[in-house]
Design a protein around this ligand. Structure first.
Ligand SMILES: [Zn+2]
Length: 558
């Protein structure tokens, strides 16, 4: 996805990243960069819901420790919290009760229904008790489709949602990931904390971690005091023009369309581990993308061509984009055509507010029953990808410049070929638009990423070592580290195979690095076994049964 910071004020990113803007608004300027990070790292958080939280907690820690690595895999101009509150059709606090994905054969899409039990309505007219959020993407059988930048959900999670109305009248999360916060209890204070974050998904692009340091200090944590946040929302709504205080239709419970194949899921999350790639380049076949010329931006075709060329010219990479014939395939559609559309023809992306929001987004479709081993790791196959430019930017400067269009196209095509965001703020695959006139240019970091995924003969295969390779633990909650050794430019991912082990840091990186994991207390009397797969290698964990001692603080306990 492509995002522009609030009101195109990208310069703010050096001092105060997008998630911090609410903190500036509702708290004090000094809270913005680092204070909240210091405050939360040593603490134990307990969730306020009843569901599976280890996955989510892993993200919390990833964000805290590696903020720039946690990417919403999308290029956008972050929307201000006040704007979100003002323009949202409804704002609700609730708990995720059920998640169900289905294939809609008419739309040629996987959709996911997330049923939320309402606990508090801050704005709008939602169905009392329960309502359904409908999001594009999800998993059905072997098929996984995902709009990069979508909000993620887990059953049992407590959430604060800014809702928007989908084109079909159903409720959707406003501004993709930006409209969803998770709600926790800070165990030390007993207060609720709202957190906005994303799963670090897929192959994190390959950057020397050292370059991320400058960013870490200046990046906000993404945490909000829940009371302050809801107070601020109410305040904004009180002073908002009447028509913005509530303009939603009631959001009801939705039914899965009759005849659709449906599957209940524990989560609506991106598949990122194992990582994904196209298999065509392995046989010297390019990936063909076709332009839908309807409402194309001025010079749009030239900028897309330039973006194709930039990726095709990357050193040590066999990946090639091929420009296909013009297509009438539109928007995000799993129809076998890799299409590029302008002006969001199927109304699948949020419109900008005050010249901030999503500029463009990529969706890809992967299958879990086709995999290949590369660099000692398993990669799933990308079958199809579509790229959609948002509409509603006519009166903003973002797309007035050809160089900006080219930068957005280059960034999105990077997602199309399988790259995630780079932690390197200078990389074109960084999560925020630069709009510095770079146009269709790759940073060396971007080139390393594509060369790793599609190595030519001059790119030596990556090899990995992990240390230690196993650990036996007592029954209490604990944490630990795994060291990954490899050379610079070699990417890897880490993922837990069980819900009671979560990755706190280093779920994806490149070069030599560290994976930090957290293990929940074992409340059973018997030992249990789980593992973390790191860089294709297995780190085995044996955890003994519950200790008879009580009162031990349980790290990440449920
Ligand atoms: Zn992106």
């Amino acid at each position: 996805m492509a995002v522009v910071p609030d009101g195109e004020r990208q310069h703010k990113k050096k001092t105060c990243m997008e998630d911090s803007r609410m903190q500036t608004a509702i708290q004090t300027q000094s809270r913005c960069p680092a204070v909240a990070i210091d405050r939360f790292i040593p603490r134990m958080l307990a969730h306020s819901g009843l569901g599976v939280w280890s996955h989510f907690l892993a993200n919390v820690f990833t964000l805290l420790l590696l903020s720039p690595l946690v990417a919403h895999a999308t290029l956008s101009i972050p929307v201000s919290e006040d704007d979100l509150a003002q323009y949202a059709a409804a704002i609700v606090v609730g708990q995720v009760k059920e998640i169900e994905s289905y294939w809609d054969d008419n739309a040629k899409q996987v959709f996911t229904h997330i049923t939320v039990t309402v606990q508090e309505t801050l704005k709008g007219d939602v169905n009392a008790g329960e309502f359904t959020v409908k999001q594009l993407g999800g998993t059905i059988g072997h098929l996984h489709s995902w709009v990069v930048g979508s909000p993620e959900f887990t059953v049992g999670e407590k959430v604060l949602l800014f809702l928007d109305t989908n084109a079909d009248g159903s409720a959707g999360v406003a501004h993709l990931y930006q409209g969803k916060l998770s709600v926790f209890i800070d165990r030390d204070t007993g207060n609720e904390v709202a957190y906005r974050g994303e799963t670090p998904d897929g192959v994190q692009v390959l950057t020397n971690a050292k370059t991320a340091k400058a960013q870490t200090a200046s990046t906000s944590s993404g945490f909000y005091e829940m009371t302050a946040l809801t107070d601020r929302i109410r305040e904004v709504l009180q002073t908002a023009p009447t028509e913005q205080r509530a303009f939603s239709a009631p959001f009801p419970l939705l039914q899965i369309p009759p005849g659709s194949t449906a599957e209940k899921q524990e989560g609506f999350v991106v598949v990122g581990i194992p990582p994904v790639r196209w298999f065509e380049p392995d046989s010297g076949i390019p990936v063909t993308m076709s332009l839908n010329p309807t409402n194309i931006l001025p010079t749009g075709e030239e900028q897309i061509d330039a973006a194709f060329h930039a990726w095709n010219a990357a050193r040590q990479s066999t990946f090639r984009f091929n420009k296909g014939p013009i297509t009438d395939s539109i928007g995000f559609k799993a129809d076998g055509v890799n299409a590029i559309s302008f002006n969001d023809p199927s109304s699948q992306l949020p419109d900008p507010m005050n010249c901030s929001g999503v500029l463009a987004a990529a969706e890809y479709v992967t299958v879990s029953d086709e995999s290949r081993t590369l660099h000692e790791q398993t990669f799933l196959r990308i079958l199809e990808a579509d790229l959609v430019f948002a509409n509603g930017w006519e009166n903003c400067t973002a797309f007035k410049s050809s160089a900006n269009i080219a930068e957005v196209a280059t960034h999105e095509l990077g997602h199309v070929l399988g790259l995630n965001h780079s932690p390197n703020p200078d990389a074109t695959m960084f999560r925020l638009a630069h709009f510095d006139g770079r146009g269709a240019a790759l940073h060396p970091d971007d080139e390393k990423g594509v060369a790793f995924l599609y190595p030519d003969a001059s790119f030596p295969p990556c090899t990995y070592g992990i240390s230690p390779s196993k650990r036996t633990l007592a029954g209490g909650a604990t944490s630990g580290k795994i060291t990954v050794s490899t050379r610079d430019g070699c990417g890897w991912t880490a993922g837990s195979t069980v819900p009671w082990i979560s990755i706190s840091e280093g779920s994806g990186s490149s070069g030599t690095g560290t994976v930090v994991y957290a293990v929940e207390a074992n409340s059973a009397k018997t030992a249990r076994r789980g593992s973390i797969v790191v860089a294709g290698k297995t780190f085995a964990v044996t955890q003994k049964g519950a200790s008879s001692r009580s009162g031990i603080p349980r790290f990440f306990a449920r």
